[in-house]
Design a protein around this ligand. Structure first.
Ligand SMILES: Nc1ncnc2c1ncn2[C@@H]1O[C@H](COP(=O)(O)OP(=O)(O)OP(=O)(O)O)[C@@H](O)[C@H]1O
Ligand SMILES: [Mg+2]
Length: 261
């Protein structure tokens, strides 16, 4: 078994004084498709950004494939593909879909970053796998939310990374787009040796796809198979008393009343 991510007693305190993560410890072993869930402001994005070396731990240790991201951030970014949360992307730049997807490959190249035949082939193939081959020349900002998410997943795919760190890749995507993305991620985990960590505020669509979930609300409230976390005693500590559970086709799902994200 290979350890992909090892987080030990991680604290992150921003300069504003906000403690975003407190004493968080967990390990991800290869192969894995894991989802981080938690309400708004629970530290999910902070956790991903710490794994990428974009945020430094205040205390504790983080290793990604044996590398300390706070010291070797550029090395992590060569091994891992990152999709930031959609709300953090500037949609006013009139960039084309092909350029967004090619960025996944060019970011890893030395300057001057020029796309070769292999880069274009990989970008086209990724877009095709996400059902968007007709969008190659279209302006990215004109696409629907779900199409944009699929383009971002295509960008991560084209980069041929060993690890995918995806921040809310399903948000703004309709049900069909969500399943295109989840099917593709599951296929990568099963057939291409790629480990996947996604952040989501809604576990339900991911539930049948993932191996494990991490329940976060500044502290770690649970880690394990999703059905084992779907317990009222655990969920009510994070989401309050409005949580309900339903069972469908052998899986337990949570209906959370107090989330509007
Ligand atoms: N750059 C920053 N500087 C100061 N505080 C920050 C910064 N980024 C996040 N925070 C704070 O840290 C806490 C955790 O934020 P974070 O973005 O990690 O949560 P999240 O779980 O991703 O939330 P959401 O579901 O809204 O995306 C919040 O209280 C937030 O306001
Ligand atoms: Mg976030």
């Amino acid at each position: 078994m290979e350890t992909i991510v090892d987080v030990r007693n991680l604290y992150v305190k921003y300069s504003t004084g906000t403690v975003a993560l407190e004493d968080v410890s967990f390990t991800l072993e290869h192969p894995t498709f894991t989802a981080v869930i938690g309400p708004n402001g629970s530290g999910k994005t902070t956790l991903l950004r710490t794994l990428l070396g974009l945020v430094k731990p205040t205390k504790g240790s983080v290793r990604v494939m044996g590398i300390d991201p706070s010291k070797q951030s550029s090395q992590i970014r060569r091994l891992a593909a990152y999709i930031p949360q959609r709300k953090s992307i500037d949609y006013n730049i009139p960039i084309k879909v092909k350029d967004v997807v090619l960025m996944g490959r060019l970011a890893k190249k030395a300057v001057p970053r020029i796309a070769g035949r292999r880069d274009i082939d990989a970008a086209e193939k990724s877009l095709r796998l996400l059902g968007l081959e007709d969008c190659w020349d279209r302006p990215f900002p004109e696409l629907s939310g779900g199409q944009q998410q699929r383009v971002l997943v295509a960008r991560a795919l084209a980069s041929e990374a060993r690890l995918m760190l995806l921040d809310e890749p399903l948000s703004g995507a309709d049900v069909e787009s969500q399943y295109v993305i989840l099917d593709l991620l599951k296929d990568l985990r099963e057939n291409s040796n790629v480990d996947i960590l996604i952040v989501t505020h809604d576990l339900n669509p991911c539930h049948p796809y993932i191996d494990n979930a991490i329940l976060l609300n500044r502290r770690l409230y649970g880690y394990g198979e999703p059905c084992n976390l779907m317990r009222l005693d655990i969920l009510s500590k994070v989401y309050g008393p409005n949580v309900r559970l339903i069972t469908h086709e052998g899986h337990v799902y949570a209906v959370i009343g107090d989330i509007h994200a």
